[in-house]
Design a protein around this ligand. Structure first.
Ligand SMILES: C[S@@+](CC[C@H](N)C(=O)[O-])C[C@H]1O[C@@H](n2cnc3c(N)ncnc32)[C@H](O)[C@@H]1O
Length: 247
């Protein structure tokens, strides 16, 4: 019964993704919402999380299905996404999943009040943080050393959104993704937005996470874009950013 329901959903989601009017309306909605800073108004267990609710739902599905024992996240900010991931790992653990799973966050600037709140949070037992640039070879080595001892690794990239930075992050961290798991690249949506939305940013259309994903995939056939997730969400900051490692 449930399997049939799932098969029906796959078919219907495909049709949803092929609906040009619906995808266009979703894109217009995202562009309008972005002018209101829509992604800044949500929290996870008391910490601000700079994500769209739709992507948060997609991530909880992935964390449940992959059952990672390590989640690597670049870009901590207030810690909301890290606390979210840690809380999902906690739920996995009480449901029979990996007992000692944890999140490793990397940020070039972990502000003192954010660090303090993260460290005293009930989920902090599943969180470790490294301060430094995610593309600094010393930091990459530290992350690799942690990943070495883990069995199932999921990666999320959400720091500096320029093409060169994300491409360097992909080269450094995507290979740590376990087969069957995901490397999720956030803010690929920038490619699809008007340039005037990013007046004071080094990124914009032509120079962003999606351009990095395209370049990366040219030489990494072991990853494929999970279009099913895009077609399901429709509203997402990570279109073409849910990369599944297939081999
Ligand atoms: C969009 S925020 C992260 C949001 C967070 N993932 C969430 O959902 O709540 C981006 C973060 O990336 C960090 N950042 C910028 N450049 C970086 C770099 N070179 N290495 C690591 N982190 C960087 C910033 O300090 C900022 O905290």
């Amino acid at each position: 019964m449930h399997e049939q329901f799932r098969r029906d959903c796959v078919e219907e989601v495909g049709l949803q993704g092929a609906d040009a009017a619906l995808t266009q309306a979703s894109r217009e909605w995202v562009n309008k919402a972005n002018t209101k800073k829509y992604s800044y108004y949500f929290e996870r267990l008391g910490r601000p999380i700079i994500q769209y609710p739709q992507d948060i739902i997609a991530m909880q599905e992935l964390i449940w299905s992959v059952q990672p024992d390590l989640i690597i996240e670049t870009g901590i900010a207030h810690g909301g996404s890290m606390i979210f991931s840690a809380s999902m790992l906690e739920l996995n653990a009480v449901s029979g999943g990996p007992k000692n799973a944890s999140v490793l966050g990397i940020d070039i600037d972990i502000r003192a009040p954010n660090r303090e709140e993260i460290e005293k949070h009930p989920m902090s037992k599943r969180v470790a943080m490294i301060q430094g640039s995610s593309v600094d070879p010393i930091i990459i080595d530290q992350v690799r050393a942690v990943a070495l001892s883990r069995k199932r690794v999921l990666v999320c990239l959400d720091s500096n959104h320029t093409n060169d930075h994300v491409l360097a992050e992909l080269e450094a961290y995507a290979p740590l993704t376990s087969i069957g798991s995901y490397c999720v690249v956030f803010d690929t949506i920038i490619e699809d937005m008007p340039a005037e939305m990013f007046p004071n940013r080094p990124w914009g259309p032509g120079n962003n996470p999606k351009t990095a994903v395209r370049k990366f995939l040219e030489t990494h056939p072991e990853f494929m874009i999970d279009k099913q997730i895009d077609h399901k969400l429709l509203i997402s900051v990570a279109p073409d950013g849910y990369l599944r490692r297939t081999r």
